[in-house]
Design a protein. Structure first.
Length: 171
């Protein structure tokens, strides 16, 4: 499908197989687009209709990678944990990963949903932190602390439709 990259230089190009992307580069997928990035043991799957950016911020006077999901869905899977996993950021919150597999959905209204497949994830917004384990999730509304965590009912709820339902409700 369709996918474009906006490089930190401001130049836009089609996403290319085998191309390396750097801090400051963004990837935007079309309705039919999907992109898979491999970053030293971390596989990042960018879903359709998603805007994703590779960032960096200083934490404790050291640079730390930040994977930013502006809108859409991104799934991450770690081959092994090193203790220097990147932060996951959306419009309204930041998550620290101590797990191996999770999905992040960022809605067009700024809401974010984190779903953990395995491992542990800490989600923080507005001074509140929620710890998630396997098959647990939390939703963070824009401008609010994380809600209560809940158990993922994969066989009963279509989580992929979550973003589409949120977008439709804004129309």
């Amino acid at each position: 499908g369709t996918a474009a990259a906006r490089l930190k230089s401001g130049r836009a190009e089609e996403v290319k197989v085998g191309r390396a992307y750097d801090t400051g580069d963004s990837i935007r997928t079309g309705r039919d687009g999907e992109v898979e990035l491999d970053q030293a043991g971390l596989v990042i799957r960018i879903g359709p209709s998603t805007v994703f950016t590779l960032l960096e911020k200083e934490v404790g006077r050291k640079p730390r990678s930040v994977l930013a999901v502006t809108i859409g869905a991104v799934r991450m899977k770690y081959a092994m944990l090193t203790g220097t996993e990147p932060l996951i950021q959306s419009v309204g919150c930041v998550a620290g990963v101590r797990g191996t597999e999770l999905t992040v959905w960022a809605g067009s209204d700024g809401a974010t949903r984190f779903i953990v497949d395995s491992g542990l994830v800490s989600v923080e917004a507005f001074g509140k932190t929620v710890e998630l384990g396997p098959d647990e999730a939390v939703e963070v509304m824009n401008g609010q602390p994380p809600g209560e965590k809940f158990v993922v009912r994969r066989d009963q709820v279509d989580y992929l439709a979550w973003g589409e339902e949120r977008l439709a409700s804004l129309r």
